[in-house]
Design a protein around this ligand. Structure first.
Ligand code: KMH
Ligand code: ZN
Length: 307
């Protein structure tokens, strides 16, 4: 039976508390969500930090440490920490989690792009917290910085900690950035790519774009890469389904999509994990366990983390 990796992205830095009461914010909520997603069949959980009181995306090291240790105490899933962080965080703040906690896996955004959420404000009126509207509004003028200098520095820290980069690729140019890093010896194959579609500033979440990106990756990396798809918003399941048919892996979770069905909020990322596994089984695919994911992604093991 072919195995595929399901990643559950639990909270992220896109959605704000007013958008869904189900969005996990505190370390305890995130640990429970990780357990729930693992129980549903996820092998990897992708985590961001949030201020436990206000839900604002946070790079606070102590908050991240509490989240990581609570998740690790609750389940054996592979933990992929973000180094994307949230709007306004410095690159030093973003990568601190790798240097401090040495996770098995962490996101490494493979290039800069406009990354905007301001249209979400069109449908929002009363906010639970003051920070929400200015956070979303500021994104209209936000460029997500991932320069060749930060790519080199982040790659150095990742290899120092033996943390596997999950390269977040939003467009084809970023595949060229990965090829450049390979040519400079900053990173090594095999490469793990998360194709990220549907973000305002990146490529649209269409099958055509996914096939194009996959073929571009094949031209540059040959077969020495494995990949997953993360589609933001309403196309999440459609794109994950396409990835399954293409031999790719899938990422679901409230970080990128708050809904289970059109007009129905997902009560947890675990519900979305169950849904994509139900679809996959129709294609004769079984979800990988965390241990199988560690061997597919060549990870260092949970015993080697520093949390
Ligand atoms: N939320 C995704 C669109 C990261 O955390 O480094 C992008 C993401 C990047 O997850
Ligand atoms: Zn993320």
């Amino acid at each position: 039976m072919d195995k595929f990796i399901v990643t559950a992205a639990l909270t992220g830095a896109i959605h704000t508390p007013t958008m869904s009461a189900y969005l996990p914010i505190t370390p305890d909520q995130l640990a429970e969500e990780a357990r729930r997603a693992r129980e549903a069949g996820a092998a990897v959980v992708h985590v961001h930090g949030r201020d436990p009181q206000t839900g604002r995306p946070s790079a606070d090291s102590a908050v991240f440490g509490e989240i990581l240790s609570k998740i690790k105490n609750k389940c054996d899933a592979v933990i992929c920490t973000t180094t994307g962080g949230g709007f306004g965080m410095t690159v030093e703040e973003r990568v601190k989690v790798v240097r401090t906690y040495s996770p098995e896996l962490a996101s490494l955004n493979a290039g800069s792009l406009n990354f905007s959420l301001h249209p979400l404000l069109d449908k929002m009126r009363n906010f639970k917290f003051d920070w929400e509207s200015q956070y979303l509004a500021m994104s209209e003028d936000f460029i997500f910085p991932n320069t060749f200098k930060t790519l080199r520095e982040f790659s150095h820290y990742f290899s120092q900690e033996d943390t596997k980069p999950e390269f977040e690729v939003y467009d084809a140019g970023m595949l060229n950035n990965i090829a450049f890093l390979l040519s400079r010896g900053s990173i090594k194959k095999p490469i793990y790519i998360q194709f990220v579609l549907g973000i305002l500033g990146g490529m649209q979440a269409t099958v055509n774009n996914l096939v194009f990106l996959y073929n571009s990756a094949r031209e540059i990396l040959g077969t020495e890469f494995v990949w997953s798809v993360c589609a933001a918003g309403k196309n999440q399941f459609r794109m994950c389904n396409a990835a399954l048919l293409m031999g790719g892996f899938t990422r679901v979770g409230l970080e990128d999509n708050l809904f289970l069905e059109k007009g129905e909020l997902a009560r947890s990322s675990g519900e979305q994990v169950e849904k994509i596994i139900r679809i996959a089984r129709e294609h004769g695919l079984e979800p990988a366990t965390p241990e199988e994911a560690r061997s597919i992604l060549k990870l260092k093991g949970l015993a080697a983390v520093k949390f």
